[in-house]
Design a protein around this ligand. Structure first.
Ligand code: ATP
Length: 459
């Protein structure tokens, strides 16, 4: 997508009901976004599809919904209190704040700046004569760590409140419940536990629309297995995530790639990690991380909580901490990738253009739009619309402007079928059904619409 198309793409999403600026009437809040009616439908459809593929249809996996607020000791044990921070420095003149590793990466992308100490980064910034991007000053503070976890206070009595954190990942809630789940579900290894929920990170350099936010939603699966099977399940979940992207969300194969992390790039808990990256309009970016977390987390919680978290194998009588494979993906990034991939500007025969959002039927916010040809037959068309809603098919009703304009509008928000109710419909009980992608139209009896729309092979 070129720059102009990207701007039109973002404008479309913001004006057609997908994504609104958060706290808009108060001037906004940086990088906070609200999902409008269409965005909320799309997000829900994507989450349902993930839940169905990774939990419901999988004989090994279970769902969970753990609390956002957890005992602070969880984050000390998980390593987040000590390790989850970014190296920052401030411009003393205009107070702009920058991430040292990212600024130096722009000069030298081949060096892994994450490995440098804050003192070394401070020196490198001086040596490279970095100037403030905003005011061109060269007077900076030293580099220091900035914590990515949001904290708040719990309790009502002033002075006796304790500091707690908003979770920066949903995974820890799963580790804490591993024993509860395997015991209550009476399931042997391998077993997976997945959940969908909000995570919060005080990101320093948020941006690129909904790619990097401070409040976002994750869909995480922690898959517990024996050591010998780790490589098998690691590959299995890389393939499964790729298949989900291409087969369920319709993302083109050439827009994604799987990249294994270099040893010195790995997070503190990880033994190996692969990222599935998507070619966003601003370049390649991480979409889905698949990590081998070893048994780091269970071990840490077992030590810190002084609680036996061993898995007891009833047959061999062996006690062990399972190894963990974690496929983790953000709902918001997945939405951005899906929308970017689906956005098409097509040339039409009459030299005009149409924007069409080619979202797969399963995730399209609206499956059907009903149009009365004239306002005189609005009432009858509206009856058909409510009938379709009662079949539990997501639909919309549009009676403003010409039929051509209504088709264009629905194409641009990804509505899969258009149904035009005309004067003949009053007589012959038939309507015209138009397909979004082929623009082909057929005449169909009203009482056959339901069965037709529910057929799998027509989408
Ligand atoms: P990045 O390198 O982009 O900061 P990360 O490696 O920190 O990402 P993980 O901790 O692996 O990300 O989180 C798992 C997934 O959660 C990511 O693949 C991404 O889809 C999503 N995610 C992480 N941070 C954000 C964010 N700030 N905004 C939106 N989604 C996010």
């Amino acid at each position: 997508m070129n720059k102009k198309n990207n701007e039109e793409f973002i404008t479309l999403l913001q004006t057609s009901g997908f994504i609104f600026k958060g706290s808009q009437i108060y001037g906004g809040l940086s990088n906070s976004w609200d999902y409008g009616p269409l965005g909320a439908l799309l997000a829900r459809n994507i989450k349902d599809l993930w839940w169905s593929n990774f939990i419901k249809k999988d004989p090994n996996n279970f769902g969970l919904d753990s609390a956002i607020l957890m005992n602070s000791k969880v984050w000390k044990a998980s390593g987040h209190v000590d390790n989850f921070n970014d190296p920052l420095f401030d411009c003393k003149n205009c107070h702009s704040r920058f991430r040292a590793d990212k600024i130096l990466e722009e000069l030298d992308p081949n060096t892994n700046w994450e490995k440098f100490s804050n003192q070394e980064l401070t020196q490198k910034i001086k040596d490279n004569k970095i100037v403030c991007k905003k005011c061109k000053s060269v007077d900076f503070t030293d580099v220091r760590n900035f914590h990515l976890m949001f904290s708040t206070k719990m309790g009502i009595i002033e002075g006796s409140q304790s500091e707690i954190f908003l979770r920066p990942e949903t995974a820890q809630g799963i580790f804490l419940n591993f024993k509860n789940v395997y015991r209550s579900m009476r399931k042997k290894l391998p077993l997976g536990i997945g959940q969908i929920g909000k995570a919060f990170r005080n990101e320093i350099t948020p941006g690129n629309f909904i790619f990097r936010m401070r409040e976002f939603e994750q869909m995480e699966l922690e898959f517990f297995c024996v050591k010998n099977d780790v490589d098998k399940w690691y590959d299995y979940y890389i393939n499964k995530a790729n298949a989900f992207l291409t087969e369920e969300l319709g993302i083109s194969k050439e827009k994604i790639r799987t990249r294994a992390h270099e040893e010195d790039e790995l997070a503190h808990y990880s033994k190996k990690t692969s990222d599935i990256e998507f070619n966003f309009n601003f370049g390649w970016g991480e979409l889905w991380g698949i990590a081998h977390r070893g048994n780091f987390d269970l071990q840490q919680h077992q030590n810190n909580a002084d609680e036996d978290l061993y898995y007891h194998d009833q047959i061999t009588n062996e006690k062990m901490l399972p190894e963990i494979i974690e496929p983790s993906v953000g709902v918001d990034r997945l939405m951005l990738a899906t929308l970017t991939n689906a956005y098409n500007v097509e040339k039409l025969d009459n030299d005009k253009e149409r924007i069409v959002l080619k979202l797969p039927y399963k995730i399209a916010p609206y499956k059907v739009a009903v149009f009365p040809l004239s306002k005189k037959i609005s009432k009858q068309a509206f009856e058909l619309f409510t009938k379709i809603l009662n079949w539990d098919i997501s639909a919309t009703f549009d009676e403003t402007a010409s039929i051509g304009k209504r088709y264009r509008r629905q194409d641009s928000i990804g509505t899969f079928w258009g149904i035009t109710f005309d004067f003949d419909s009053l007589e012959d009980n038939q309507v015209t059904l138009r397909n979004r992608d082929t623009m082909k139209q057929i005449r169909i009896p009203i009482n056959e619409i339901k069965n037709y729309l529910m057929k799998d092979d027509i989408h």
